[in-house]
Design a binder for this molecule. Structure first.
Ligand SMILES: [Zn+2]
Length: 413
């Protein structure tokens, strides 16, 4: 069946509340109901030619973005995705289902057009529909080679990561670059207990190439619950062209010490791209990490309070000594208290399983933001995210580099 002529694809603004604020059409606002309308797509190109990125399209293996269901709002209007904050609605898609079924990333554009021709769909109509989908941001360049390089088990697991990253950040490569960065990264977890083991498992599940642990986190507890399987199964490593197997993701040094700068670990004893300090780490560790220029993140859960951050980029952001000095400014007894608690922990710790899971998940999310280079991880740069039970709402506390701390006088690495 030949797809109908696509009309203007724009049905309304973004989410419902913004529709109203943005003055969406009455028809769109009514049709959207309480949930609001999805984002509108793009206008069709002139003369039936693809309107968006024709050159790019000709080189890609087009696929409908992963992680989104397709539904029909009416016989002419296709909606891709359900939540209005992600969904796209396109008019003029009547009869286009057979063509859309071809957009699974297994064919390049020429092969899609040839297959469409065999289904009785003209090249002009097929190009018009694909152009609409591309202009609306509904297509990505399926990372077929990347996915084919994965073993079957990790492929299914990492497909979730790819779909999530692609949707969250609007990447057009299906998340392939982010996956490469994770695979090239090394993260070392220092500490013990549920938070450390949960963090290590989540990092591995998320595709981080090397996750190492120090302390008792490397051993399963003799009894009691675990956040997830430990040691993590299905550790994934993609093949890399460089001889050492763990090159920089993009081959360029990063000025801010981010992973991919060629400083990744080649073994357990080498310098990681990121260290995560969990309850139970050695008290002298933060100072040595600052001295060595290793980026590190803290994640703790005790006294029914979870704290994630700060993310310390030595020489650039507030370090743990800065935080202690700021506390000392408010409470002169803090250094004395700190000296007495060093190396001690209450037994049992007031760290319930769900609190540990929440802290491990938040810390993993912040670590991945750093590894992915998807954003500056601003939530934990010069700041901590804190969860004080019984309120399960994360709140941010700001810290600034302390004027008396030596960290700011160290050259940035
Ligand atoms: Zn400092």
């Amino acid at each position: 069946m030949e797809p109908g002529s696509p009309g203007p694809a724009r049905l309304g603004g973004p989410a419902g509340r913004r529709d109203r604020a943005g003055g969406a059409t009455g028809r769109a606002a009514r049709a959207g109901g309480a949930g609001g309308l999805p984002r509108g797509g793009a206008r069709p190109g002139r003369g039936g030619e693809m309107s968006a990125g024709g050159d790019r399209l000709s080189r890609m293996r087009p696929a409908i973005k992963a992680g989104l269901l397709m539904v029909w709002r009416d016989p002419d209007t296709l909606q891709i995705g359900i939540d209005p904050r992600r969904a796209i609605a396109l008019r003029g898609m009547r009869g286009a289902q057979a063509l859309i079924n071809l957009l699974d990333g297994s064919r390049d554009l020429g092969q899609v057009l040839a297959a469409a021709h065999e289904l009785g769909i003209s090249r002009q109509s097929a190009e018009r529909v694909i152009g609409l989908l591309a202009a609306a941001g509904a297509l990505h360049d399926f990372p077929a080679a990347t996915v084919r390089a994965l073993p079957a088990g990790p492929r299914d697991r990492l497909a979730r990561e790819l779909a999530t990253v692609s949707l969250a950040h609007g990447h057009t490569d299906g998340g392939a670059l982010v996956l490469a960065r994770r695979q090239a990264a090394s993260v070392r977890v220092h500490g013990t207990g549920l938070v450390a083991s949960g963090l290590a498992s989540l990092l591995t599940e998320s595709g981080v190439g090397r996750v190492s642990c120090t302390g008792a986190a490397a051993e399963p507890p003799a009894t009691g619950p675990q956040l997830s399987s430990w040691p993590p199964t299905g550790r994934v490593r993609l093949g890399h062209p460089a001889a050492d197997g763990h090159p920089a993701a993009d081959g360029h040094p990063a000025a801010d010490g981010r992973p991919g700068a060629g400083q990744g670990t080649r073994g357990h004893g080498c310098r990681p791209d990121l260290a995560v300090l969990v309850d139970g780490y050695l008290p002298e560790l933060p100072g040595s990490l600052v001295a060595a220029g290793v980026v590190h993140l803290t994640a703790t859960a005790s006294e029914a309070i979870g704290v994630v951050g700060p993310l310390v980029i030595p020489g650039q952001t507030a370090c743990l000594s800065c935080v202690d000095m700021a506390r000392t400014d408010r409470d002169p007894a803090w250094p004395l208290i700190l000296a007495q608690v060093s190396g001690r922990a209450p037994q049992p710790a007031a760290c319930a399983a769900v609190l540990a899971a929440a802290v491990a998940a938040q810390a993993t999310a912040q670590a991945l933001a750093f590894v992915d280079r998807a954003g500056p991880a601003t939530a934990v740069i010069n700041g901590t995210l804190e969860l004080v039970l019984p309120d399960w709402q994360w709140r941010r506390h700001s810290w600034v580099p302390h004027r008396q701390c030596r960290c700011s006088r160290r050259p940035a690495s």
